[in-house]
Design a binder for this molecule. Structure first.
Ligand code: 13P
Length: 246
C-alpha cells in the first residue's frame, strides 16, 4: 500500500503564499513514491486545483457539511467540493470537535456523505491529554471509531483514518513511534472486526509530525502515512516528510 502524506493547512494561507507553496510541492513530488494531498481552506480550492493541474498532487478539503444541500448558511456540500476536483476531505478533526461541537454522530454522517459523493473522508480520532492521563485513551478512540463504523457499514474499507492525539497537535510534542503504533494497531484490529479489507485502510498519524521525526513514525507497521499541520506550510519541510515516506 502506498503511503499517504496529507497536508492540513488549517486556516492559513493567502493567494501569493499558496502559489509559491503549491508550485514548490508540485515540483518536489515529480517522482514521489507516495500519494500526496493538500487540504486547503475552501476559498482556495479553485486556486490550488489550477496550480496542481497535470501533477500528482491531490486536492483535499478540511471539512464538509453532513447535509446534501439547502438552508445551511455557511456550509459547503460534498457535491460542491467534488466540482472542484476534491479527492479527500478531513472529517472530525479535533479542532472541529472542540470548537464547533462536532459529535461522533455528526462525524460519522460527514464520512457517509463524503463517501456517497466519491470523496475519501480522512476521519480523525484521538484523545485529549486529560483523557490520556485518566487512562481512557483506548476507550475514547474506540468510541470515536465505532460511530463511524456503525454508520458506514462495509463502506468503512474506503475511508482513511488519522490518529491524532490532541496533546500532540501544534504542541511540538509528538507521540513516540511506539505510542502511535500501539494505537494504530488497536484501530486496525477494530477495522478488521468490521471489514475483511481492513489491511487496505490507510491509518495516518498526525500531531507535530515533522522532517526530523517522520521517518521513525512512518517506519511503524501500522502507520500508513501522515496528516501534517504546521510542517505542511513550508515546502522544504513537507517535501522532507514526503521523502521519508518513500
Ligand atoms: P501539527 O502538525 O501542526 O501538529 O497539526 C497536526 C494536525 O492537526 C493535522 O491535522
Amino acid at each position: 500500500m502506498k503511503k499517504l502524506i496529507a497536508g492540513n493547512w488549517k486556516m492559513n494561507g493567502n493567494l501569493a503564499a499558496n502559489d509559491a507553496l503549491v508550485r514548490a510541492v508540485v515540483w518536489g513530488i515529480r517522482e514521489a513514491a507516495c500519494t500526496v494531498a493538500v487540504c486547503v481552506p475552501a476559498p482556495y480550492l479553485a486556486q490550488v486545483q489550477m496550480l496542481r493541474a497535470g501533477s500528482q498532487l491531490e486536492l483535499g478539503a478540511q471539512d464538509l457539511s453532513q447535509h446534501e444541500q439547502g438552508a445551511y448558511t455557511g456550509e459547503v456540500s460534498a457535491a460542491m467540493l467534488k466540482e472542484f476536483g476534491v479527492r479527500y476531505a478531513i472529517v472530525g478533526h479535533s479542532e472541529r470537535r472542540q470548537y464547533h461541537g462536532e459529535t461522533d454522530a455528526v462525524v460519522a454522517e460527514k464520512a457517509k456523505v463524503a463517501l456517497a459523493a466519491g470523496i475519501t473522508p480522512i476521519v480523525c480520532v484521538g484523545e485529549t491529554l486529560a483523557e490520556r492521563e485518566a487512562g481512557r485513551t483506548e476507550e475514547v478512540v474506540k468510541r470515536q471509531m465505532a460511530a463511524v463504523i456503525h454508520t458506514n457499514g462495509h463502506c468503512i474499507s474506503e475511508i482513511v483514518v488519522a490518529y491524532e492525539p490532541v496533546w500532540a497537535i501544534g504542541t511540538g510534542r509528538t507521540a513516540t513511534p511506539e505510542q502511535a503504533q500501539q494505537m494504530h494497531a488497536l484501530l486496525r484490529a477494530q477495522l478488521k472486526a468490521a471489514t475483511e479489507h481492513a489491511d487496505r485502510v490507510r491509518i495516518l498519524y498526525g500531531g507535530s509530525m515533522n522532517a526530523g521525526n517522520a521517518a521513525s513514525l512512518l517506519a511503524q507497521s501500522d502507520i500508513d502515512g501522515g496528516l501534517i499541520g504546521g510542517a505542511s506550510l513550508k515546502a522544504p519541510d513537507f517535501l522532507q516528510i514526503i521523502a521519508a515516506a518513500a
